[in-house]
Write a protein that binds this ligand. Structure first.
Ligand SMILES: NC(=O)c1ccc[n+]([C@@H]2O[C@H](COP(=O)([O-])OP(=O)(O)OC[C@H]3O[C@@H](n4cnc5c(N)ncnc54)[C@H](OP(=O)(O)O)[C@@H]3O)[C@@H](O)[C@H]2O)c1
Length: 172
């Protein structure tokens, strides 16, 4: 029923696949944050409880202008958004919200656990490649190159120290 809605991951990852350290981002890339906002604004965003906590600690609130969907096993977790107890429920909720708003894309925004668990269900990855090896404690899962068609945005590929890539799942 919701087949036309694309499930996308948005992630910034270093060359060694680091995405985080001490429950925070290990870099500050304003252009990446702008891209993140441009992609996700108005859309449902799915995140693990730890990423929610990290965003809340930084902003003092959930991500504004988006339907925040938080995945946790805690029964009474209180979040500024929808709280669900499984990846399946998160994607279903996000697709229903997208459908109501006539949107064609939902976004999984981390962290490491949730990227791993949603990767098999993901159609597209909006990747910011950080062109360095960076020390961290949270990592993006390894991708099978045979599964993904890689597109580098013309105007984004010369950025200093990072580049924006879109990976679309190759349909069997
Ligand atoms: N570079 C990037 O683009 C990016 C983006 C996002 C996050 N990050 C970084 O990633 C790190 C956080 O990643 P993380 O792996 O530690 O945490 P996470 O994936 O954000 O959240 C993990 C939590 O999600 C809940 N959860 C996971 N799987 C579940 C399931 N199947 N069913 C129900 N609940 C489930 C659990 O919450 P409970 O413990 O409450 O049950 C678990 O502790 C931080 O360093 C953050 O800054 C980086």
């Amino acid at each position: 029923m919701n087949d036309h809605i694309t499930t996308s991951i948005v992630v910034a990852a270093a060359q060694n696949r680091t995405i985080g350290k001490n429950n925070d981002m290990p870099w500050h890339l304003p252009e990446d944050l702008k891209r993140f906002k441009r992609l996700t604004s108005g859309h449902p965003v799915i995140m693990g409880r730890k990423t929610y906590q990290s965003i809340f600690d930084r902003l003092g609130k959930a991500l504004p202008g988006r339907d925040n969907i938080v995945i946790t096993r805690q029964a009474n977790f209180d979040a500024d958004g929808y709280v669900v107890s499984s990846v399946k429920d998160a994607i279903e909720k996000a697709k229903n919200l997208a459908k109501e708003k006539q949107l064609d894309e939902i976004f999984v925004i981390g962290g490491a656990q949730i990227y791993s668990e949603t990767l098999p269900l993901t159609d597209r990855i909006h990747l910011t490649e950080v062109l360095e090896t960076i020390d961290g404690d949270a990592f993006f899962p390894e991708l099978d190159d045979g599964d993904w068609k890689r597109e580098v945005a013309e105007d984004d590929c010369n950025a200093d120290g990072y580049r924006f890539i879109t990976l679309n799942r190759i349909q069997p």
